[in-house]
Write a protein that binds this ligand. Structure first.
Ligand SMILES: Cc1cc2nc3c(=O)[nH]c(=O)nc-3n(C[C@H](O)[C@H](O)[C@H](O)COP(=O)(O)OP(=O)(O)OC[C@H]3O[C@@H](n4cnc5c(N)ncnc54)[C@H](O)[C@@H]3O)c2cc1C
Length: 412
């Protein structure tokens, strides 16, 4: 039996961010994962500026080590393609300079990115890491939680349990009561390809809003060595209502869409098309209780518009670690004390999530998407404005106001 103050179950980005933040605060933890690393995770593999900002906040040398490995492509912006096939390229920074050293975003296979994060964990002697260990039993007791594997040969007693075991977390569902809500959930599939043609300059990630998959999109993200991560994602209630088979829909788009199919003519599919769930953060939920916190996908924190979850897993991990520090100082792990976690999550991620949800609702209408693309396309002034929105939340809020679009239309 291992005794520890803080135990983290799940060593994906959320769990690792929690353990690293604790470690940099001088607080030891136990980190457990059922997988043997390196392990894959079905994902689009896009790593946003949120992740790099937080890694830099821990220690700028971490990003130095990341850049030292040839596992990522540098990404400088996003290409949106509307249902009427208008292409809108929006750089992450207005007037960016391509040869800047640190790109604002990356694409990196999760097999490699998560392994990189595990290497960072292994550099920290105060994180006790147990891979290849699946936790099946969670028992609440007076001291906190006692957890164990199926045959009881591995047991941990902790004061604070941090569950970061992902979208299919049984703790989140059974103990914390976070039920799946199809209106706030998405399904997505992806596969790796070699030699997809016409990758945009500077590896802009491509989001194709196609009529048959709204609200959702088809993506192509460029990886190193001529590979790409290709997939589609869509809100689950629509998948169910329209009885959509995502895998077949993706194959159909690649084979028949007049804009996309020619780009795959000489491409080789490198992996099966595989899927996984995305619990979206568009519904506010309680992410804490006596002696526990939920981090990342276990807390349903994926951005409802973009499907980005790694950055939010990182943010929630940092917030959880910082609150854990206060729990230890006050020796208070009660539900009441841990409620502060929900307040902080809402403060940091809440407004962004609500805005993304509103935008997702607008994106359900292909007519509106086409109208927006018609307004933006070819207008440098508006494009600059849009670039500034990535980092300026107040500007981004304008996007859901009709008068903003009227103003943009008149400015054309
Ligand atoms: C198709 C698809 C595309 C996506 N694209 C993107 C993207 O491009 N960019 C982006 O930011 N996000 C994307 N996401 C979302 C992103 O993958 C998740 O938000 C992110 O992985 C969340 O990290 P996490 O640490 O919370 O969970 P995970 O990464 O799922 O990690 C959970 C960990 O817990 C472990 N675990 C599970 N159960 C147990 C157990 N019982 N005992 C011990 N360990 C356990 C697992 O082995 C795993 O290592 C995508 C998701 C999907 C499905």
């Amino acid at each position: 039996m291992i005794e520890t103050d803080i135990c983290i179950v799940g060593a994906g980005p959320g769990g690792v961010a929690t353990a690293l933040r604790l470690s940099y605060l001088g607080i030891p933890s136990v980190l457990i994962d059922r997988a043997t690393f390196p392990r894959d995770k079905v994902c689009g593999d896009a790593i946003s500026g949120k992740v790099t900002t937080l890694l830099n906040r821990l220690d700028p040398e971490i990003m130095g080590r990341f850049h030292g490995q040839p596992i990522q492509t540098d990404v400088w912006g996003v290409r949106f393609v509307s249902p009427n096939q208008k292409k809108v390229d929006i750089p992450f920074h207005p007037g960016y300079v391509r040869n800047e050293k640190a790109a604002p975003g990356y694409v990196c296979k999760r097999l490699e990115f998560d392994q990189f994060l595990i290497q960072e964990v292994e550099r920290r002697p105060d994180i006790q890491f147990f891979p290849n260990t699946e936790i099946n039993k969670f028992e609440k007791n007076e001291q906190g939680y006692s957890i164990s594997n199926a045959d009881g040969s591995f047991q941990v007693q902790c004061k604070l349990l941090i569950d970061s075991s992902g979208a299919h977390s049984s703790f989140s569902r059974k103990q914390a009561g976070l039920e799946k809500d199809w209106n706030h959930h998405a399904g997505a599939v992806r596969a790796y390809y070699q030699n997809v043609k016409d990758i945009p300059q500077d590896n802009f990630i491509e989001l194709h809003f196609l009529k048959e998959i709204t609200p959702g999109y088809f993506w192509i993200f460029a990886l190193p060595n001529g590979q790409t991560n290709v997939g589609i994602g869509m809100r689950s209630d629509f998948i169910r209502k329209r009885k959509i088979n995502l895998r077949q829909t993706m194959e159909n788009i690649i084979a028949n869409n007049p804009e996309i199919a020619p780009r795959f003519k000489n491409a080789e599919q490198l992996s099966d098309i595989t899927g996984y769930g995305l619990p979206l953060g568009s519904k506010t939920r309680k992410l804490s209780g006596d002696n526990y916190l939920l981090v990342g996908d276990a807390g349903h924190l994926i951005d409802p518009l973009t499907g980005e979850g790694i950055g939010n897993a990182f943010y929630s991990g940092f917030i959880a670690a910082e609150l854990a520090q206060q729990c230890l100082e006050k020796n208070d792990f009660s539900d009441n004390f841990l409620k502060a976690y929900n307040v902080r999550i809402q403060r940091v991620l809440g407004s962004e999530m609500k805005l993304s949800y509103k935008m997702q609702e607008i994106g359900r209408n292909p007519f509106l998407l086409n109208l927006v693309a018609n307004i933006i396309v070819g207008n440098q002034k508006i494009l600059n404005y849009f670039s500034a929105m990535y980092s300026d939340f107040d500007l981004r809020e304008e996007l859901v106001r009709p008068w903003f679009w009227l103003k943009m239309w008149l400015k054309r």
